[in-house]
Ligand binder design. Structure first.
Ligand SMILES: Nc1ncnc2c1ncn2[C@@H]1O[C@H](COP(=O)(O)OP(=O)(O)OP(=O)(O)O)[C@@H](O)[C@H]1O
Length: 254
């Protein structure tokens, strides 16, 4: 059963077509990442899938009753207004203290409930946003650049958390990211977007595709190395055939 899908979707703003003939589908339990240059329509695609932006052509389908936890790219919150994390977690739907504590503990920030939203660090804020998205027990998490502004360890920690949450709950994840290095390792499937779908597939396939290389250059060696590293661990049983160094070496010359 497909959770959410765009079928030959076109989106226009005024006279300009921002998305052209985009088809994409997310299955239960998958982590799918959309990458692409600035202005390539990544946020628009998420917003169209969520029904916030209308389709000019094609259509969007969501599984009946689909529960979605959405973390938008920008938090529309006046940071000068006093608001504790606890109160924020009850917006717009009131949750019990127990549920709030459990959600914060789950994302690794158990002690921030009484802190002001404005005094959270970037990494803490991202985790609080994720906690709120998880409170509705979603089948699909939609995350728009969830690690924006985080340093490399913060980024890696956040993606690890996403994988842990997926492993615990089986939630599917659809996210937009610019952090190619870490994203590649954390995704089952990558969709490279530039107004249309340039290429899509496993991180390995996408990062070797000429369309991807044309957009992102060859600065993906780290991603490849990291992905191969994780992959080799997952497939320890055929380690007689696995040779991480020669893999990385081969690809750096691909
Ligand atoms: N509500 C809107 N009205 C008019 N134009 C819009 C609107 N939303 C987005 N656009 C335009 O659509 C294009 C794609 O924007 P979008 O935010 O989807 O790109 P993106 O790939 O997410 O970019 P970034 O990586 O910079 O976040 C841009 O040219 C943007 O100006």
């Amino acid at each position: 059963m497909t959770l959410i899908a765009a079928d030959h979707l076109c989106v226009r703003f005024g006279g300009s077509e921002v998305l052209h003939d985009v088809s994409i589908a997310v299955q239960p339990g998958e982590i799918v990442t959309i990458v692409g240059p600035n202005g390539s329509g990544k946020s628009t695609l998420l917003r169209a899938l969520l029904g916030i932006v209308p389709a000019a052509q094609g259509r969007v389908q969501r599984a009946p009753g689909l529960r979605i936890g959405y973390v938008p790219q920008r938090l529309a919150l006046d940071r000068s207004l006093p608001m504790t994390v606890r109160r924020f977690l009850s917006l717009p739907v009131r949750v019990s203290d127990a549920a709030a504590s459990q959600a914060l503990a789950r994302v690794g920030v158990p002690a921030v409930a009484q802190m002001q939203m404005s005094s959270l660090s970037g990494g803490q804020l991202q985790r609080v946003l994720l906690a709120r998205a998880l409170l509705s027990d979603p089948q699909l998490l939609v995350l728009d650049e969830p690690t924006q502004g985080l340093d490399q360890p913060g980024e890696a920690g956040f993606y690890q958390l996403i994988e842990d949450v997926r492993a615990q709950s089986g939630v599917a994840v659809l996210m937009v990211s610019h952090d190619l290095h870490v994203v590649m390792a954390a995704s089952d499937r990558v969709v490279c977007l530039n107004g249309h779908v340039c290429c899509e597939g496993t991180p390995h396939v996408v990062s070797s595709a000429p369309e991807y290389r044309a957009l992102f250059g060859l600065g993906t060696k780290g991603a490849l190395a990291l992905y191969q590293h994780v992959h080799d661990h997952d497939h320890g049983h055929d380690h007689a055939h696995a040779h991480p160094h020669s893999h990385a070496h081969d690809h750096s010359h691909a």
